[in-house]
Design a protein around this ligand. Structure first.
Ligand code: SAM
Length: 392
């Protein structure tokens, strides 16, 4: 019941709800309260508020007559009557599910300053709000309600499991979703989702749901349906306030990427200072930094092998907190002054120019040389390593 039936009909005539209506899975009728006005000339349905104050209030009688007309179409079945109101209880998925089980629902949309209190007492079963803010009318809230309730009704979505896994259904937020292509702008769909291993995929999705909910809406966890295993996962997350250690991140990585299980990894941070180490680790995590450069002499000096394509690394923050897992994809050794602009861009630092790269690496390599007791020269060999992000 609304003052703007055309608006509602148009919106609810499109997309999934529109198709469900056309297919007879859902019936939505929009009734114009003005048709039941006492005023034949202007079809007024509002008047000034008793006691004074701003705005107009919708009168009870036109709404009541409209309601009776709706009742007459329902052949004696009593509908559940909802008034869309900023004073109502805030709509949740649980409420939507409960409403989707009802046969007939009448929705009253208010306008102006609202409706005369007596009509609420006379016909309304509950007041529902779509959030703690005020709109000009109840039409948009009513459409939100019809959409969210309608899609839960049998036959409206092609597969009911569509919504069973969605955010809020079990009290958790949904896991991240991906579609083709598998590699988009250097960002790969997680290996586990490409593996076709259903049990692993399910475990990964559950963990992601828990992670996301904890990160984005920790308030939901108080009400979510959690298994003992979920609680364990959450406790593990809580037990690492500074984040994962390299071992923990690696264990999580191989759990979903079994083909890497037998492979070793190294854990390291960038640079020789906390600020740069943390900033560069963040750039890798964001997918901006996809390469790094070191002095060839440093590997020899530190007794470490020169990186090879296929090497796996856990990138750390300065404090040892693991940030992400990367795989080396290419290694080139060449003189410092022959490093190309393309490679500088892959390093993703500053404005990604060769000039910036030279300035930053000149300073870094001079410091490295000093540490090793060597002299810096612009033709000294450097190791240019490219990598791809596997997990963050
Ligand atoms: N004077 C009313 C008050 O303070 O509670 C607000 C009236 S509001 C401007 C006009 C109508 O918009 C309401 O009668 C209601 O139907 C609808 N409305 C506004 N905000 C809403 C919300 N957050 N949820 C549901 N309906 C809302």
């Amino acid at each position: 019941m609304t003052l703007f039936p055309g608006l509602c009909d148009t919106v609810l005539g499109e997309s999934i709800i529109g198709r469900a209506r056309a297919a007879g899975k859902l019936t939505v009728c929009c009734h114009n309260i003005r048709d039941y006005s006492d005023d034949p000339k202007y079809h007024r349905v509002d008047d000034t508020p008793y006691g004074g104050g701003m705005g107009m209030v919708m009168q009870p009688e036109p709404i009541f007559r409209c309601y009776q007309a709706v009742l007459s179409q329902l052949e004696g079945r009593r509908p559940h009557v909802v008034y869309m109101s900023p004073q109502g209880s805030v709509l949740t998925q649980k409420k939507a599910l409960a409403l989707s089980k009802m046969e007939n629902i009448v929705i009253l949309c208010g306008h102006y300053e609202g409706v005369d209190e007596r009509i609420l007492e006379e016909i309304v079963d509950e007041e529902i709000s779509i959030g703690d803010y005020v709109l000009t009318g109840g039409e948009l809230p009513a459409m939100v309600l019809v959409d969210t309730v309608g899609r839960l009704c049998p036959g409206v979505l092609s597969d009911e499991s569509c919504f069973e896994e969605e955010s809020h259904f079990s009290g958790l937020l949904e896991y991240p979703q991906y579609t083709r292509p598998p590699l988009w702008r250097e960002r790969e769909v997680p290996q586990v989702l490409q593996s076709g291993h259903h049990a692993n995929i399910e475990a990964w999705r559950r963990e992601q749901s828990l992670l996301r909910t904890k990160k984005k809406r920790p308030d939901l966890l108080a009400w979510a349906e959690l298994t003992d295993r979920d609680r364990l996962t959450l406790r593990a997350l809580e037990g690492a306030p500074g984040g994962d250690s390299a071992e923990k991140m690696w264990a999580r990585f191989v759990r979903y990427n079994k083909r890497y299980k037998r492979r070793g990894y190294s854990a390291w941070h960038f640079c020789n200072c906390e600020e740069d180490a943390n900033a560069l680790a963040e750039l890798v995590k964001k997918g901006v930094k996809r390469a790094t450069t070191s002095a060839l002499a440093a590997f020899e000096h530190d007794g470490e092998p020169v990186p090879q394509p296929g090497d796996l690394s856990v990138i750390l923050r300065w404090n040892g907190e693991a940030v992400c897992v990367v795989e080396t994809t290419a290694v080139t050794i060449l003189p410092f002054d022959e490093v190309t602009a393309e490679f500088a861009a892959l390093e993703g630092e500053g404005d990604c120019s060769l000039e910036y790269w030279r300035r930053a690496h000149d300073a870094f390599l001079r410091e490295e040389c000093c540490r090793m007791g060597l002299e810096f020269s612009t033709d000294m060999p450097v190791v240019c390593e490219e990598f791809r992000l596997l997990m963050k």
